[in-house]
Write a protein that binds this ligand. Structure first.
Ligand code: B3K
Ligand code: ZN
Length: 860
């Protein structure tokens, strides 16, 4: 298939006035009758043919203004239907079509499909064309009226309910929307219901629809929804705009959730929670994703994207908004650290490899392949930087203007930046490069003191990425401070805009010292990129002693954590590269911070957590060596054990002091205590003493503690706990996903691959369910020592399953192919083995467009 290019964008020839859809639901043969009123687009540039998308549709009948059409009147291809301009009755007309589709055969989970006896839809990005013939592009917006006919008791669609009776229901969505926001659900469902009154007094009915038996697991999602609605009013002035807001939980879902207007559809993993079945991490995710989908109502739905190249317009902004929300609900520094951990783990990895692409890509073959960490998470970082650059007040004013100017429109990144330029009178053309240039910029810093002057020089370099060999300098906000060796802040916190290859600043040191009320220091320690003010890699020649000062004293909590994290990374790299390093000193410094009861327990838990094995592999590459995943796994475990031994008494104390008590609350305070306690448990267990883990497993009253203990026991080589866990939870799909995953991810490294293979034979390994597939195949791929087994067996295992899944569900299979994206990091033998697997996948007959594009890009 040919790639689609941003520069080829053309406005649609026709717009849609309104749509009426009737669904006669049946699992194998659903009839869809569409009545669509079109009018010619005055801005349309082409000859005026009517082109409709449509895939896998059995056409039953077609009429124009009531006159039946014959096959001579239109051109039908596997991609859609075209009625030539000369067959159209004029600039305005009504097209009626009837098609038949097969929801039960729809294993790709895109369009209308069935899941456990219920019907549901997923239309973003281009799924609506699998439901009926339509201009399936986001710049065509229309009000929808939907009639559903089915014996199932609950029949839902977008908007407000119009009328219903025995076996049917009608819905009307007055807000013009693109087809990708269409949704329909029908099933034997029960609701957990509540109400919300908006700031202007609209009374909104809230429902979370689940399968009978799950209704007592919706409290937290409902609570998160109400808090999201209130927050968006308070912080962004955005009110909800319908009389009803429905959420539906579905077991078979490719992604996390979907923001369909008034009818959000969720992977049940991100809705259902009870203390016994969900971990603190699950609660976190639920809060963030419920908020994210709700916030899309304004950033995505009321203002949508002109075309799919503009995906970051809605996704980057909505991720940023959900990050702000979670920061307000919980600890802001802890949230920032967690977001940066994710960004580095997923987006930096992507940006540094063959799949690197700009936040706004310029071409694609399959748009589903571009729902990436770059579009989402780096897209959110760009909004964060923009806010940093213009200031919070101008940001708020610009957002007000954006909503006022573009409500009801399908927009571009140019529209978005224009609003900021108009409101701030600032030229943002250099900032725009963040949207068009791929690659993670590297910032280096040098500083020195001479003749009483402190000078700092910052330099930047944007690395070449596929298709973009040369880059222009980016506009990088670097927030920073300076500390004395005693840990006093000597420079007021400030932002330097690094807008050229090199920027220097200098200060009179005596003046700084006087203003700060300290004596003039011999040297200073810069605290750079505070709060992670830009998504860049920072190289600063700080010594371990400097970092220890930052860890103990930095006024910026992010950099305080970062200093400890860098020390751990250096300790691991030194171990692997066999260079000298004062690891004992690092452990002691970390112990100090972790024992500081003035600090938030959640923060202290993060201080004690090690960089991931994947991070270490990247760090080894960065110093020009070839990482060995097996050696990394051993070094990682050895350092944990060493920390456990060296900090034993402290960890015992943290464990004892941070028990939040028997009543479970998912709120940040208790969750933070559990995080610290379970981090201590982990380090203690890795010394080989499983006493505490065994006791916790016996007595655990919530899933957070049970999973933490089980993880330690599996890592310690005990198999009995996993068997008991299975006996306890075999009836619970979401909990069993954890069971499958932990047995691989936590296994001693030489056992993980055999485990994974054995688990694919387990009667509950339903590989067609995306969550279950991810919890086994994905877990193996994310366990580096097993995935990168020198024999190549890990690669073969993953490739076999990707090929198998691709035949049924290309989207989920293609997404998981990113497990191979770092292949060039490794030694020649491993590269050869991976290359062979990629070639084998590429050569598979009938390979999907999704997977072909991914494998071609990864292979490079
Ligand atoms: N917008 C959806 C993602 C749709 C994925 C299509 N492959 C969820 C979200 O970002 O909120
Ligand atoms: Zn989103």
């Amino acid at each position: 298939p040919q790639p689609i290019h941003l520069v080829d964008y053309r406005p649609p020839s026709h717009l849609v006035e309104d749509v009426h859809l009737t669904f006669r639901l049946s699992p194998k043969g659903t009839r869809v009758i569409a009545k669509i009123r079109f009018r010619a687009n005055p801005e349309g540039l082409d000859e005026g043919n009517l082109r409709l998308d449509g895939e896998n549709l059995r056409l039953i009948s077609l009429s124009l203004n009531g006159h039946p059409l014959t096959a001579l009147d239109y051109l039908l291809t596997p991609q859609g239907l075209t009625i030539p301009a000369e067959r159209l009755p004029g600039p305005a007309f009504t097209l009626c079509s009837e098609v038949e589709i097969d929801p039960e055969a729809n294993t790709a989970l895109e369009g209308l499909y069935t899941s456990n006896g219920m019907f549901c839809t997923q239309c973003e990005a281009e799924g609506f064309r699998k439901i009926t013939f339509y201009p399936d592009r986001p710049d065509v917006m229309a009000p929808f009226t939907v009639r559903i006919e089915s014996d199932l008791p609950v029949l839902l669609s977008n908007g407000n309910p119009l009328a219903s009776g025995e076996g049917w229901a009608e819905w009307h969505d007055p807000w013009p929307k693109p087809a990708y926001l269409f949704a329909l659900v029908a099933g034997d469902l029960v609701a957990q219901s509540d109400r919300f009154t908006t700031a202007s007094g609209r009374d909104v009915a809230l429902n979370i629809w689940v399968r009978p038996g799950d209704e007592d697991r919706c409290d937290y999602a409902m609570d998160a929804l109400k808090r999201s609605m209130a927050w968006d009013e308070q912080v962004y002035g955005r009110e909800y705009d319908l009389d009803i807001f429905n959420i539906v939980a579905v077991d078979d879902f490719n992604m996390g959730a979907m923001e369909n207007k008034g009818l959000n559809i969720f992977n049940s993993k991100y809705v259902l929670a009870s203390p016994e079945t969900a971990t603190d991490r699950d609660y976190d995710w639920i809060e963030g994703i419920v908020a994210h989908e709700y916030f899309h109502n304004w950033t995505g739905n009321r203002i949508t994207c002109r075309d799919w190249f503009q995906l970051c317009l809605k996704e980057g902004l909505t991720v940023f908004r959900d990050q702000q929300f979670s920061a307000d609900m919980r600890s802001a520094p802890v949230k920032r650290i967690e977001d940066v951990l994710q960004l580095r783990a997923r987006q930096f990895r992507e940006d540094g490899g063959p799949l690197a692409h700009p936040v706004r890509p310029e071409s694609y073959v399959e748009i589903n392949n571009f729902y990436t960490a770059t579009v989402y998470e780096k897209g959110a970082e760009l909004i964060r930087m923009l806010r940093e650059l213009v200031g919070p007040d101008a940001y708020a004013a610009a957002l007000d203007e954006y909503f006022a100017r573009h409500d009801g429109q399908a927009c571009t990144i140019e529209d978005w930046l224009q609003v900021f330029e108009d409101v701030t009178q600032r030229d943002l053309s250099q900032f725009k490069r963040w949207y068009t240039q791929a690659g993670t910029p590297r910032v280096s810093a040098e500083w020195h003191i001479a003749d009483g002057t402190l000078s700092l020089t910052l330099r930047q370099e944007v690395p070449a990425t596929p298709g973009q060999p040369l880059k222009e300098p980016a506009l990088i906000p670097v927030r920073l401070g300076m500390l004395t060796p005693e840990g006093a802040e000597i420079l007021p916190d400030m932002v330097i805009e690094l807008d050229s290859p090199e920027v220097s600043r200098s200060w009179d040191l005596a003046d700084l010292a006087q203003a700060a009320g300290v004596s003039v220091p011999q040297r200073v320690i810069p605290s750079l990129l505070r709060g992670f003010s830009a998504p860049v890699v920072l190289d600063a020649a700080l010594t371990p002693e400097d970092r220890a000062v930052l860890l103990a004293h930095d006024g910026d909590p992010f950099n305080r954590w970062e200093a400890g994290r860098r020390l751990l990374r250096e300790a691991l790299v030194a171990d692997l590269a066999q260079t000298r390093f004062d690891t004992a000193g690092v452990i002691e410094a970390l112990g100090h911070a972790a024992g500081d009861t003035h600090l938030d327990p959640a923060f202290r838990a993060l201080v004690l957590s090690l960089p991931s094995e994947d991070d270490i592999a990247q760090a080894i590459c960065d110093i020009g060596l070839v990482p060995d995943p097996v050696a990394i796994a051993d070094a990682h475990r050895a350092l944990s054990a060493r920390m456990g031994a060296a900090l034993g008494p402290l960890l015992q104390r943290l464990y004892a002091e941070n028990d939040p008590g028997p009543a479970y609350s998912p709120a940040a305070e208790d969750a933070g205590k559990r995080a610290l306690r379970n981090t201590a448990l982990r380090l203690l267990s890795l010394t080989g003493d499983l006493t505490l883990a065994r006791a916790q497993f016996e007595n655990a009253r919530n899933m957070t503690d049970q999973v933490a203990a089980l993880s330690c026991l599996i890592a310690g080589g005990e198999t009995e706990a996993a068997a008991r866990f299975e006996a306890q939870w075999q009836g619970d799909r979401l909990v069993m996903d954890k069971w499958f995953m932990l047995q691989i991810a936590q296994a001693p490294r030489d056992m993980a691959l055999d485990r994974a293979k054995a688990l694919t034979e387990h009667p509950l390994f339903d590989w067609k369910n995306p969550n279950r597939f991810r919890s086994v195949i994905g877990a193996l791929g994310q366990t580096p020592a097993a995935f990168h087994d020198p024999s190549g067996a890990g690669y073969r295992f993953v490739a076999d399953w990707l090929i198998r899944l691709d035949g049924l569900n290309p989207q989920t299979a293609a997404r998981m192919s990113t497990l191979f994206e770092t292949w060039r990091r490794y030694d020649a033998d491993r590269q050869e083995l991976i290359r062979a697997e990629l070639e084998r996948i590429a050569a598979t007959e009938g390979l999907s467009r999704d997977m072909s594009e991914m494998v071609a890009r990864i292979s490079g």
